[in-house]
Design a protein around this ligand. Structure first.
Ligand SMILES: Cc1cc2nc3c(=O)[nH]c(=O)nc-3n(C[C@H](O)[C@H](O)[C@H](O)COP(=O)(O)OP(=O)(O)OC[C@H]3O[C@@H](n4cnc5c(N)ncnc54)[C@H](O)[C@@H]3O)c2cc1C
Length: 474
């Protein structure tokens, strides 16, 4: 009688520091991984080719890690409730384990997978892995979920943090089980092209656990000690660029945390400690948005501040296309959108600038921007993306909601030498820095460079937004 446990990987594409996987291995030595390519997800209209390509790269690394450890990662392409049950039955698995998700649709899917498995006597065990503190662990004094970040952070930082969990070798399938897996639908890992996605640019972070761990080391050797300032300047390597790895779980959150605690323990400088803690606060922002989505699943489809659902947004398609393509005539906005389109990633300061521009200057629905980001970002993640867009559009959980970013003053502060602008808008490379950072580029220069005139007037539009906003609040 086999005592095989299947471990269903989803947003945890790694072997190390994997809560559910370690729990399975403690029960039995025969643990085999499985990843399900879900046709419904892959045919969604919010999929970015770069994200699929990065995910497949992570899966390839994971398959190699399983092989090195003496086991296998099986790939199936099916509806999970159906495909996993068929596979588990064919292999005689006693249980399927997985790590839990906060998103509404995956939670619904997981319930149907669980039902389908328990019907045939296969046990299901689930765990919280992608966060340091589960959404079910942190509440206000009156047992409500937090809606404001700062008190959430205060509570979050006080909680003892779990240690990374052990990495254990497993035994894999027998020959007969391998044959049964193939008959039950196991396939070779496809390429992005096989799945209908094309991505041929380099990745901002190479896929897999090793690349993510190396990046963490590099970041913690230098940039983290200047993070509180460095994180604001898009022209420098001031942030970790670990977001794709966190999105797909190519690195464990406990491992990240432990690393920050190790370097805090080694430093005698209060200033260094301050920078490291600012980075830890970003990890808490990620968890704040995850718990928000878990407790308020309606965020996925509408504004947190409900009057915003009747905001009279503009439906100007030309303006929207100009924003998507980086042709608004506002250099910092266009540079950021070109970075996104060319690399699949955008610096956080620029995400805030372009989101403010779309919603406050073009007065276009934040959900259009949210979707475009999901269609292009390597780290596209419902909780963080939705949180970022609702924050930027003033529709979300923010005690000081009305923020309007002025593209020129943002540039003067955060790209004062116009290095970032020149990097992503090569047609403007030879113009004066003063003109690039103020956006005051003459009509003749714009024409000569093939660069558009500003599609709207920032001052006029922000007044218009404010007047609509005040009526909405009234
Ligand atoms: C409009 C908008 C949309 C966004 N969409 C996404 C998204 O789809 N996926 C995503 O991971 N992040 C998103 N963010 C948050 C943030 O921009 C990215 O996490 C960050 O730029 C990733 O770069 P990094 O890894 O170098 O971050 P670092 O500065 O090194 O931060 C470390 C990690 O903390 C987390 N983090 C940092 N800032 C935030 C934040 N504001 N909210 C939530 N988590 C944060 C990320 O996991 C990040 O990798 C969005 C922000 C805005 C304003």
């Amino acid at each position: 009688m086999s005592d095989l446990i299947l471990f269903w990987h989803r947003r945890d594409l790694r072997i190390s520091d994997n809560w559910g996987l370690a729990a399975a291995r403690r029960v039995t030595s025969q643990v085999v991984g499985v990843f399900c390519l879900d046709p419904e997800i892959l045919s969604g209209d919010d999929i970015a080719p770069v994200r699929v390509a990065y995910m497949l790269g992570c899966l390839q690394c994971l398959q190699e890690d399983y092989q090195r450890g003496g086991s296998q990662l099986l790939i199936i392409q099916d509806n999970p409730a159906q495909g996993l049950r068929k596979l588990a039955v064919a292999l005689g698995a006693i249980a399927i384990y997985w790590n839990r998700d906060v998103e509404p649709l995956p939670r619904q899917r997981d319930r149907s997978v669980e039902e389908s498995l328990t019907e045939v006597g296969i046990k299901v065990e689930t765990f919280w892995d992608q966060v340091l503190h589960s959404p079910e662990a942190i509440f206000t004094g009156s047992k409500e979920p937090y809606k404001v970040y700062t008190p959430y952070w205060r509570k979050w930082i006080q909680q003892p943090k779990p240690e990374p969990c052990e990495r254990l070798k497993s035994t894999g399938l027998t020959e007969a089980q391998e044959k049964a897996a193939l008959e039950a639908g196991a396939i070779a890992l496809p390429t992005a092209k096989d799945l209908g996605f094309i991505w041929s640019e380099p990745f901002i972070l190479e896929p897999g656990e090793t690349a993510a761990s190396d990046r963490l080391e590099i970041f913690c050797d230098r940039a983290i000690y200047e993070y509180d300032e460095g994180r604001n300047f898009p022209a420098i390597d001031g942030t970790s660029v670990l977001s794709p790895a966190l999105r797909f779980g190519a690195i464990g959150i406990r491992t990240l945390w432990q690393k920050t605690q190790e370097i805090i323990a080694l430093t005698r400088s209060d200033e260094a400690r301050h920078h490291i803690q600012t980075w830890q606060q970003e990890l808490a922002w990620r968890e704040f948005y995850q718990q928000a989505l878990y407790h308020f699943p309606a965020l996925a489809t509408g504004a947190f501040r409900q009057p915003f659902d009747r905001f009279p947004w503009s439906d100007n398609q030309e303006h929207f296309q100009a924003w998507c393509q980086g042709r608004t005539g506002y250099p910092i906005v266009d540079a950021a959108m070109r970075q996104l389109n060319q690399t699949g990633w955008m610096h956080n300061r620029c995400r805030m600038i372009v989101a403010s521009f779309l919603t406050k200057d073009l007065i276009i629905n934040w959900q259009w921007g949210e979707k475009y980001f999901m269609q292009t970002l390597i780290d596209g993640d419902l909780a963080s993306n939705n949180g970022g867009w609702q924050w930027s559009s003033s529709s979300g959980m923010d005690p000081k909601p009305l923020r309007i970013f002025n593209p020129a003053s943002q540039t003067q502060k955060y790209d004062p030498e116009a290095e970032y602008i020149r990097q992503w808008l090569p047609e403007l490379r030879n113009l004066d820095t003063a003109h690039l950072v103020t956006g005051k580029i003459s009509s003749g220069d714009r024409q000569a460079c093939g660069y558009p005139q500003p599609i709207v007037d920032h001052n006029r539009q922000q007044k218009l937004f404010k007047s609509i906003y005040s009526q909405l609040k009234a």
